[in-house]
Ligand binder design. Structure first.
Ligand SMILES: Cc1cc2nc3c(=O)[nH]c(=O)nc-3n(C[C@H](O)[C@H](O)[C@H](O)COP(=O)(O)OP(=O)(O)OC[C@H]3O[C@@H](n4cnc5c(N)ncnc54)[C@H](O)[C@@H]3O)c2cc1C
Length: 429
């Protein structure tokens, strides 16, 4: 009997999962997608949805490094395409590889449970109502940038509070006093975008952050970084640090704290406008938050200031609400014990696709993960006998020695991870 395979999600990871299943001759595939179209996070909507992109979001990994390796982006796309281009690209990919026909849109997976015989029972709800569906294999590609991680501080803030996930455009904030919390990629984007219309924008940072421009020498910075790959990591870090210093000077010049670690020891922020906006007096750096009282925010350096709005740009939790927490619970985990960030030690027919955070783009590597899953399903790739030892080793030897934090639990070096996935595929017969 042909295996029945389910993919949850038709975002960049889900469509490449389905493509690889079909390419391996596995035709009995169903993709459940709760929205009405392909593209996941890259389907911008003004109303609240799964997507966390805003009106002006562009990718931070460049076009060269952000295309599926068998489906190049069109020549007319810019170096850093925006969400409209990306949505068209993903929908084109799904059509090209015959994936769209396999998708059941407007169908949400509410529950996925392993049965005694090992099969997965899914409770789904779609246009035809609710039903139970049984599958031999489950590929989870539901994304990990949609469930807001909200910090807590003492006191109560009386103004408006939201997370970057809920931020859609700058206009509603015209004339307001805004505090953006966090200087990651979303934080810097939101600060810059709101600064174009707001009364005043401050950005609160608990610690120094490396800010990498999107271009160096007129070339996308991730391409410049690949020129340094032949250099050993420790020296590469010094080289990158020196390049950043030549490019933009010391962070103290901008009123920012000096980062306590090198640029390869924290998830990088790619933004070419934050420093420029600071020096134009449009964004004001502030230290970490200590407490709230009414509209007043007290900072850890003893200063205080009144705001109308706080926008938390504090990242996301990796949540899978349709799976029981005894299957996986990664919401606040500092470790994600999956082999190659995809293979569960206890469930041989469960895979996670795209559940990693590269210094680079997710979907070209999700493509390789999906190929491994497809080849396991058709018997060409074998799970290692010492899988649990390998999982432990992977957790204990991350690619980067970042601070232990849930945000870093799935961090990988793009180029190293690519090599590891390709080595797995070489093992397939
Ligand atoms: C502002 C922002 C900028 C980003 N920039 C980049 C970038 O430059 N480069 C990069 O590589 N990554 C970037 N990311 C990360 C982003 O997660 C990936 O680009 C990409 O969207 C991951 O694809 P995915 O398919 O894994 O998840 P998603 O794009 O989140 O897609 C998941 C899909 O699953 C569906 N789904 C979820 N749960 C269910 C369910 N229970 N039932 C049915 N369907 C379900 C959703 O509707 C969605 O369509 C960014 C993220 C954000 C928030």
């Amino acid at each position: 009997m042909e295996a029945r395979v389910c993919v949850i999600g038709a975002g960049p990871s889900g469509i490449t999962a389905a493509k690889n299943l079909l390419a391996e001759g596995i035709q009995n595939v169903v993709v459940y997608e709760m929205s009405d179209q392909v593209g996941g996070n890259w389907v911008f909507r003004e109303e609240q949805s799964h997507s966390s992109v805003c009106e002006t979001t562009h990718i931070i990994s460049s076009k060269r490094w952000s295309q599926y390796e068998d489906f190049p982006m069109p020549d007319e796309f810019p170096d850093y395409p925006g969400h409209r281009h990306l949505k068209a690209y993903f929908q084109g990919y799904a059509n090209h590889f015959g994936v769209t026909d396999k998708i059941k849109f407007k169908t949400r997976v509410n529950k996925a449970e392993p049965r005694d015989d090992g099969k997965w029972v899914l409770r789904v709800n779609g246009p035809d109502g609710s039903s139970e569906q049984v599958f031999d294999y489950l590929l989870v590609a539901s994304g990990h940038h949609w469930d807001p991680r909200m910090p807590e501080y003492p006191g109560v803030f009386n103004g408006k509070v939201l997370h970057s996930h809920h931020y859609k455009k700058a206009e509603p904030f015209r004339g307001q006093r805004i505090l953006v919390v966090g200087a990651g990629n979303s934080g810097c984007d939101v600060a810059v975008e709101t600064a174009r219309v707001a009364g005043k924008v401050c950005i609160s940072m608990r610690r120094g952050q490396h800010i990498i421009p999107k271009f160096m020498f007129g070339i996308p910075s991730d391409t410049v970084y690949t020129w340094m790959l032949w250099v050993p990591k420790a020296f590469r870090q010094k080289l990158l640090q020196l390049s950043l210093w030549i490019w933009q000077g010391s962070y103290e010049r901008y009123g920012l704290q000096k980062p306590s670690v090198g640029p390869l020891q924290m998830h990088p922020t790619l933004n070419s406008e934050l420093l420029y906006f600071i020096r134009h007096g449009e964004i004001h750096p502030r230290r970490g938050i200590q407490r709230y009282k009414g509209r007043t925010v007290h900072f850890v350096d003893g200063t205080q200031e009144d705001f109308d709005v706080i926008i938390y740009c504090t990242g996301f939790r990796s949540s899978f609400p349709f799976l029981d927490t005894d299957v996986v619970d990664f919401r606040d985990a500092t470790e994600v014990p999956l082999y190659r960030k995809m293979i569960h030690g206890d469930y041989p027919n469960l895979f996670f696709i795209g559940l990693f955070q590269p210094l680079g783009c997710i979907w070209p590597l999700a493509d390789y993960q999906a190929r491994i899953a497809a080849r396991q399903i058709n018997g060409k790739w074998k799970r290692p006998a010492n899988l649990k030892d390998l999982i432990r080793k992977e957790v204990e030897h991350p690619h980067f020695n970042f601070e232990k934090h849930p945000r870093h639990a799935t961090e990988v070096d793009y180029h190293q991870f690519r090599k590891e996935l390709l080595a797995e595929l070489k093992r397939a017969s």
